[in-house]
Design a protein around this ligand. Sequence first.
Ligand code: GDP
Length: 197
Amino acid sequence: MHIKSAEFVMSNSDVEKCPKSLIPEYAFIGRSNVGKSSLINMLTNKKSLAKTSGRPGKTQLINHFLINQEWHLVDLPGYGYAKVSKSSKKTFQKFITQYFSKRTQLVTAFVLIDIRHLPQTVDLDFMQWMGENGIPFSIIFTKADKLKPNAITKHVEDYKNILLETWEDMPNYFITSSSKVIGQDEVLGYIQGLNEN
Ligand code: GDP
C-alpha cells in the first residue's frame, strides 16, 4: 500500500464521540514505551503524526488518523505503567472494553510487543483478554534492530510456545523496526488485503 495521505482526525476520551464513519478501522495498542508512536510514524512515512495528538501525562485518549481517505488508524493508550494504581488500571480496562465493544468498524487490532524482552505477563494477559473476548488481533514485534536474527527467532518462538498452550493458532505476527524501516510493506500489505475483502 502506498501512503498518499495521513492526517490526524481527533482525540477522544469518550468512545461515543469517535468518528461515526464506518470505514475500516485498525487499532494499535501496547505497553507504554513499546515504540507505538514510532511505528505509526514509520508506517505512515510521517515524522511526528502520532505525536500530534499525543499529550504526555495520564490522559487516556483514543486518537484517530485518516489514511488515504480510506481507513482509520487508531492509536490507543499504552498499558502496563509500572506505577499506576489499581483504580486507574480498572479505568483503563473499562475504557478499552468500551472501545472494543462499541467500534464495530474495527477490522483488527495490532498488539505491539517489544521483541527484546522475554514474554511479559502484562502482554500475555492482554492477549488472553483479547482472545477470550473474540477481538481479532495480530502481533507486531517492535525494535527488531536491537536483536540479532537468531535472537529474534528465539523470542518469537517463546511467544509461540506460550500462546499455543492456550490457543489453537498463533496470531499473525510481524517483525518490525521503526528506526531501520523494517516490516512497513508487510503490515501495510496486510491492511490492504483486509480492506479489499
Ligand atoms: P510509545 O510510548 O509506545 O509511543 O513509544 P515511542 O515510539 O515513543 O518509543 C519509545 C522509545 O523507543 C523511544 O526512545 C524510541 O526512540 C525507541 N524506539 C521506538 N521504536 C524503535 C525501533 O524500532 N528501534 C529502536 N532501536 N528504538 C525504537
